[in-house]
Write a protein that binds this ligand. Sequence first.
Ligand SMILES: [Zn+2]
Length: 425
Amino acid sequence: MSRILLIILVAGLFHNSLSYGQLDVIHYNLKINPDIGSGTVKGEVIIDFEVPQEQDSVMFACGNMQIDEVNGKNVSSHYTDGNSLIIKLKKKRKSPLSINISYHGKPKNGMKFNSELNQVYTIYSTNEWMVCNDTFSDRATIEMEITVPEGLDCVGSGELQEIIESSDNRIFKWQQSYGTPFYTYGLAIGDFNEATDQVGDKELKYYSPVLTSEELKKLYLETPKMISFFEEKTGIEYPQKTYTQVLMGSFYQEMSGFAVFNEKYAESVFNDSSEIHLTGHELAHQWWGNMITCKNLQHFWLNEAFAVYMASAFHEVHFGPEKYEADIAIYKSIYDGLVKRGLDRSLIFEKWKPTRDNRGIAYYKGAYVLHLLRQELGDEAFWKGVKEYSQKYYGKFVETKDFQESMEQASEKDLSEFFEKWVHN
Ligand SMILES: [Zn+2]
């Protein structure tokens, strides 16, 4: 038997004998240094977590990062298997555990580098650039120490604590004191112009490498009103002292405490000042998505349909009912198009795949269904239900049945027929 085959067999046996079913991360302490020129990162993360005592190992997602070192007094050994880092734990131990992992590599997804423009930003797949638990239903706090070249700015998850300047780089320390799922952790680095605004005691920051300060202020003009609107609809205050919007690159992504917007977005808003749907969408995720999170991707519509619908609900009060009706007509026509092509399906996905058509279902059929539910219940019961649902599950995880139950309680109506027709079928 060749040596390689023997190693594979032994690793296979070892693998099968392990159990790493449960993992509850409490806190991440990340030091990360993205190298814009080479599109690589070097990171070190201390993960504080709990696992059941009988569990002999734990698994973290590590993308295609090379693991350099794994340290911790409860670590007995480690190995990688595909995109996972498996750590075997000592039997005698006390919770919570703490493990220190050093890694480096070239993220495949999740982090976009632009060496010509000296920019980096993250989109969604945090597990591609940071060793973490890539499970929706695990919420943790995080602090990030991000090293960037001299002269560049940096936004990270949470609140900025301090900037340490040295001769050739700057270290930005960010801290998030409330727990969110892994995909909300992120960063954006570039040479930014800045504008600020205020709503109550919250500070709003707008950054972009391409827009001037005046243009940024114009682009995000309605953000203060949107924050007040979502706070009113949920009865829950936005969880940070600051909210930051960064216009750079070519994607849209909400993260905890900030969002990035495709550079093309500015043009559409400047052409028509009512085209601010995506400002509302990304901001709505600070409640629905980041804090009221679908338990897994089967119930992804609870994150996305809410973001789409709540942006339109803001349009209704801000621009008038015609704008709301026009939005709903767009969602309905996207849905009708899917029906015509034989692609109508349940809002609950057995297995989610991020295709355009699946997004059409989760985002737009979902938003249209929320509109229909509001028509079914009337404004009072609908908004009462949304508020109760949001408060009950804030900082928690949701499945479709949780939403149905909240709406039924608020309206004192049996909605099984409605959910059967519009959600399950
Ligand atoms: Zn979204």
